[in-house]
Write a protein that binds this ligand. Sequence first.
Ligand code: G3I
Length: 363
Amino acid sequence: MLSRRLAIAVATGAVAALSLGTAAQAAPARHAGHEATLRTLAERPDLLIGTAVDTSALAADAPYRADVASEFSSVTAENVMKWEVVEPARGTYDWSQADQLVSFAQKHGQEVRGHTLLWHNQLPAWLTSGVADGSIDTGELRAILHRHITDEVRHFKGEIYQWDVVNEVFDEDGSYRDSLWLQKLGPSYIADAFKWAHAADPKAKLFMNDYNVEGVNAKSTAYYDLAKKLRAQGVPVQGLGIQGHLDIQYGFPGDVGDNLARFDALGLQTAFTEIDVRMTLPADATKLARQAQDYRRLLDACVAVKGCKSFTVWGFSDKYSWVPGTFTGEGAANIMDENYVRKPAYTALADGLRAAARRTGRH
Ligand code: G3I
């Protein structure tokens, strides 16, 4: 694994040291007035600042590539570490796109968040159809899950600093999500997943990850209770990932600080893992100001607690956001627009990192 110290050293060595090929030519104009990037500003509060990466854009879009390299100290695969991508046919692995992202990250002194080992979405068709038609029974399903987690974590052993081991396993009311995993294996699949991941890479920090768990509510309390129970049983759960998919039409979750503090008190890490703040289109100055405020409030909550060590946005440019395809009429959720022009939300994060750097003794 790239040490955090190395990541910081590379970042401090400045963007000039980055080997970006054609991307390097595109960077200076857009970076005029932005000599300090988010990743360099995040060094003092000792925070990794991350983005989800669309690997197709990384391959094809030089300005995108330049910003991934210069602005962030952590990357998350938006899709290419998910099960449907890494094992499209049973027993046939395809790590190619994920490996390319990991080598990009290593070249640019970045850490990699692993996303995600177990989810109810983006499962390979051979698996869901085998369960549906009964050709994969419960015993075999458990063995398949064990092998998937073991093989994927082993493949990236030493290269991933935090894994989202289980993703979105609770409903809003705090009951377990009625997924294929719960239906076939019962709730013990969660503890098993953590034990198997830990056995495959004992140094990676293992996270649960979900949305709508920013503040104190039924869902985040279910996570808290589960984490407490699993840790008492010696299950290697080390963190809660808080996605942070917000929408300015809803109120900002007010007790984020209290929520993070209670996980801190359990000795767990926290991480903001997938932040974006959407709005009804078209964007205007008022909406963008509110969006900036929400990004900043999440950042301030993170730097206020000891255990929050990474802050990841779910893509940084509106050019590649998942939001418009899912929420009709909404978008503009990221910190840069489609042309990589920095929005007020970018400035708010930069200001927040500067303010955090001026304070002392976070860690
Ligand atoms: O890979 C296929 C490609 O072969 C095909 O040609 C193309 C045609 O539409 O689709 C491609 O798959 C798409 C995939 O993204 C990769 O681009 C899927 O249709 C699309 O549904 C998928 O969306 C992703 C979504 O998860 C799936 O649920 C988004 O990009 C990704 O941002 C989103 O991320 C999730 C996190 O993993 C978990 N938390 C919520 C977050 C937002 O939904």
